[in-house]
Design a protein around this ligand. Sequence first.
Ligand SMILES: Nc1nc2c(ncn2[C@@H]2O[C@H](COP(=O)(O)OP(=O)(O)OP(=O)(O)O)[C@@H](O)[C@H]2O)c(=O)[nH]1
Ligand SMILES: [Mg+2]
Length: 359
Amino acid sequence: MQIGLVGLQYSGKTTLFKTLSKTSSNISSQKEEASIEVVKVPDERLDNLTKIFNPKKQVNATIEVFDIPGLKMSEENKVKITSTFLNSVRNNDALFYVIRAFKDETIIHPMGDVNPVRDIEFLETEFLLSDLAFLENRLEKLKKDLQKSKDERLKREFPVIEKCYAHCEKEQPLRSLHLDDNELKMLSGYQLITLKPLAIAINFDEDSIQSVDKEINDIKNQLIKLDVPVIPFFAKIELELSNLSEEDQKIFMEDYGIKESALSKILRTSYEMLGLQSFFTVGEDECRAWTIKKNYNAQQAAGVIHSDFYNKFIRAEVVHYDDFIKYGSFSKCKEAGAWRLEGKEYIVKDGDILNIRHN
Ligand SMILES: Nc1nc2c(ncn2[C@@H]2O[C@H](COP(=O)(O)OP(=O)(O)OP(=O)(O)O)[C@@H](O)[C@H]2O)c(=O)[nH]1
Ligand SMILES: [Mg+2]
């Protein structure tokens, strides 16, 4: 899974990226090319399992974060969308708009002044236009092809593209259009931008810590059409704090009144918007968190570990993390009836500890 940080120049993407990856020393803020970082998903439950099993290693779930260089002012004094930018944006499973709310006269805003709502609407409009142009072309091509051939797949695609086109033409992003699984599958190769799950991360400065809830509400009120998560963060402070030990970091965050780190908010929101959850495997060699979709059954979850586990699946031994902590061991869980053998149709829950039995 890959999430993209998208925005205008100097909105704080790379600063945020650095707090996520904690490798502040070697990422230059002025870097032109995009960079991708594999970010460990922190999980207290996995930490606790590691304490209990004392394995050789702990493997956290990971998510890839893609830091895309922002849109700049062009020579004609306008912020222009480029095809390189659009291609980088298309390359993600979900998007975070990183929007500037901090005021700092020494850092020039590419549109002249700080205005979060305008910047969000600008990005939305540009992405909508890009999808609309794609859909229009695709529709034309399908019309032509269908005159020549009676291909069943193309026939089925036509009404789906038509429906998407009509929706975009009404200036609605595709994420607000109801599409069933088959329709989504048909569209999946096209990387339509407004179809991707979206959240908005707004970068405030430290003067706003007290008033941030109100400021976020004001912004949301002006964006009622845009029904997506909007989360505040404080890139500059958090970058400074990310160099401290975990303990000091906690203390300073409390001092500042920051309740949750940007890293944690972004990963939590990503999991939610992508419909993801974690299950665990435990043992002497490793304790590990695995990422799966929310509706995955036991066999599909087994397949994430290894394709052999999918093909030769027999049963899954299941104990929920909460039960394991409550009873203290697998044998105690058995006595209490909290240890179960499940078949392939079992829908895995967030926090299940699985042991896959296979041929
Ligand atoms: N005062 C202040 N400065 C910030 C804040 N966040 C980022 N900056 C500064 O703004 C400048 C640009 O930040 P970056 O994180 O490099 O911005 P970016 O979005 O990656 O920019 P591009 O990659 O050019 O699109 C840097 O000098 C940062 O130190 C903030 O919250 N407050
Ligand atoms: Mg940058």
